[in-house]
Design a protein around this ligand. Structure first.
Ligand SMILES: C[S@@+](CC[C@H](N)C(=O)[O-])C[C@H]1O[C@@H](n2cnc3c(N)ncnc32)[C@H](O)[C@@H]1O
Length: 232
């Protein structure tokens, strides 16, 4: 018990991203989604390969491609995207300032002028229609909703915040651009914004799903719509 408490205090004192995760978890600022910053390199190879092939074949795609990782955590997703998209301009944004400090330290070691990071809780500061793809992976969710006895989610996440977030992603994407949303607790196709998109890829997801009324939806076979193309 004392050993565990000392370890926790030591981590809080020395690990800034973790300290910010604890703050996000307990304070829950408005528009914060998943506070936990779990990530790893090449976490979604199926989605990344799909986006690579789709953008290579797309005559409307910008050259160089412009990509956004929303909720990039400590940068593994951005550095993975660099391997799939060697010439792209890639930006990572995250609400957790400790994560962004770690991303920037890694970037300084690698010296990649096509990558940038910013601390932000939304895309409202991004320009309109510039992105060829936005990746929002394991962000629009909350680990606390894994509890199977919960019938609603609005004490941790609200559909209205999800709806606002994806509406602004849509503003930032160009026509024909891709929006990838993985392991969300809400369905993109329940939003008004989805009327401007078509589904182009489904994936397996174990995340419990909640509706636009914030009430839990019945279990499905685990397959959900995950990548969407902007039509207009
Ligand atoms: C589980 S991690 C996902 C990391 C990475 N996308 C992946 O899938 O490996 C969730 C990340 O979302 C970030 N996040 C949560 N709410 C956010 C918001 N409103 N704006 C930007 N980032 C947010 C957290 O700080 C955390 O780093």
């Amino acid at each position: 018990m004392i050993v565990r408490a000392s370890r926790l205090l030591w981590r809080l004192a020395t690990d800034r991203p973790y300290r910010n995760v604890v703050w996000l978890y307990w304070v829950r600022p408005r528009a914060a989604f998943q506070p936990v910053n779990d990530t790893r390199p090449d976490r979604y190879p199926g989605i990344f390969r799909f986006a690579q092939a789709a953008l290579e074949a797309d005559p409307l795609a910008g050259r160089p491609l412009v990509l956004l990782s929303f909720g990039c955590s400590t940068g593994e997703e951005v550095f993975t995207l660099r391997r799939y998209f060697p010439a792209a301009r890639i930006k990572g944004i995250d609400i957790n300032p400790g994560n962004i400090a770690t991303c920037r330290r890694r970037l300084a070691e690698q010296g990649d002028l096509g990558i940038s990071f910013a601390r932000s809780k939304s895309t409202t500061g991004e320009a309109t229609g510039v992105y060829d793809a936005i990746f929002c992976m394991a962000v629009l969710r909350h680990g606390g909703l894994a509890d199977a006895t919960l019938t609603r989610c609005n004490h941790l996440l609200r559909f209205a915040d999800f709806e606002n977030a994806v509406a602004d992603f849509a503003r930032c994407l160009r026509r024909g651009g891709l929006l990838a949303i993985a392991h969300s607790n809400f369905r993109f196709n329940d939003t008004r914004t989805s009327a401007y998109f078509e589904t182009v890829l489904k994936i397996k997801s174990l995340a419990p799903l909640f509706g636009s009324d914030n009430l839990r939806l019945p279990e499905t076979n685990g397959e959900v719509d995950a990548v969407f193309r902007k039509l207009r």
